[in-house]
Write a protein that binds this ligand. Structure first.
Ligand SMILES: O=C(CO)COP(=O)(O)O
Ligand SMILES: [Zn+2]
Length: 212
């Protein structure tokens, strides 16, 4: 089996896993993964729970659609991550409930919208930047991500949802799940006095576990 066929199967398998556990609903969200000669991307308006691996879109390195169904309308956003973070192997965009809830709160800190509450979000995701609202599929979102210069592995799109990257597709999916679970804790504990991880705790985690 070729590496591309294996990757198509892996995208479908992990997408279904996210859908089955409620991380995406309907046709919300999209996933892409790098292959040797381009990028595989979930088709626009497809449901993550019912992808046909053979119909997953393929783009060449310059972003041209070369096979499969029409790609996600968020193609600009995905490509901006691959271009500015060369270590990116996959990109996961979801409308998962709690991360999206944080993206709608007026007092979310745009520079650190998923603050370090527990270690795994630091280890798997790192600092997350909130980007201003634009309509889904707007080309300007690609520019806004490019302007971050590859400094963030994940962003939260205001009033929309998270975008999380990883060195490979499993890492990106795990990081998206970790981000969502931390967002859930932050919403649950919103009005309670909280003990956050200290800057020293965060530095230690980065030193021991590295950052992608
Ligand atoms: O989440 C989405 C847009 O932000 C879904 O769009 P696509 O169906 O085009 O991938
Ligand atoms: Zn979306």
């Amino acid at each position: 089996m070729s590496a591309e066929i294996r990757m198509r199967d892996e995208i479908a398998r992990l997408s279904k896993s996210l859908f089955d556990r409620g991380f995406s609903v309907g046709s919300a969200g999209n996933i892409s993964a790098a292959v040797e000669d381009g990028i595989l991307m979930t088709p626009t308006n497809s449901c993550l729970g019912f992808l046909d691996p053979a119909r997953i879109s393929k783009l060449d390195r310059s972003g041209r659609h070369i096979s499969g169904d029409k790609p996600s309308k968020e193609v600009f956003l995905h490509r901006a991550f691959y271009e500015t973070r060369p270590q990116t192997g996959a990109v996961v965009h979801l409308h998962s409930t709690f991360a999206t809830a944080l993206s709608c709160l007026a007092d979310t800190d745009p520079d650190d919208c998923i603050p370090p509450l527990t270690p795994y979000v630091v280890m798997r995701v790192g600092q997350v930047r909130l980007l201003p609202y634009v309509k889904p599929g707007d080309e300007s979102m690609g520019d806004m991500i490019a302007e971050l210069g590859g400094r963030y592995a994940a962003v939260l799109l205001a009033n929309h949802g998270p975008v999380v990257t990883g060195k490979d597709i499993a890492s990106a999916v795990y990081a998206a799940e970790e981000l969502e679970e931390t967002a859930k804790l932050l919403v649950l504990l919103r009005d309670a006095p909280k003990r956050m991880l200290s800057p020293e705790n965060v530095t230690e985690l980065k030193a021991v576990f590295g950052s992608y």
